[in-house]
Design a protein around this ligand. Sequence first.
Ligand code: CA
Length: 232
Amino acid sequence: MSHILIVEDEAAIADTLVYALQAEGFATTWLTLGEAALALQAASPADLLILDVGLPDISGFEACRRLRRFSEVPVIFLTARDAEIDRVVGLEIGADDYVVKPFSPREVAARVRAILKRVAPRPAAPAAAPVTAQEQRGPFRLDAARVQIHYHGQPLALTRHEFRLLEALLGQPERVFSREQLLDACGVAREAGYERNVDSHIKSLRAKLRQVAADAEPIQTHRGLGYSLRLS
Ligand code: CA
């Protein structure tokens, strides 16, 4: 049974989520504070967090940033305003999805199910080009066993999605991958709204590569088509 941690200060909203998730067979814990959620997740990790952006102590964004220092647990944000949505999509704070209030609790439960399904351990070997451990490709060195990629000798601190994206691009340099193909490579279901997440993860990935080599820009955008990786 998957365990969902709900972090929401409005009892009425939390109640509907608890009810909908339990009806779907999930175990739930409800907390109202971000700090308490971080402490609980460190001590006794849930399988997925539903995190309100507007919490009384620290913002959901701050909570997620701090969570990502020690956990890759999937996060769904609950947002109230358009301005918050822009930040969820734009800031690369490592969320897996977001839901805008008011929402249908059943829709949230469906998204929880979809996310848990795609983060479940995948069958071995990516379809495209399996890359063996410690493979050097241009300035990149992929260590699949350690889930680590070095760039110009520097280890990259990547999220789960960023790693899968870069791994897919490295599997076939110069190939133009559509967003759908990159979603498939990441083991992400093709659902409405996830395409822009690819753009968001690519943006964050580029920022991390730029920290190592400011002007290299190995990830190429092909307008209307997708992305490719250039090794030279
Ligand atoms: Ca709130």
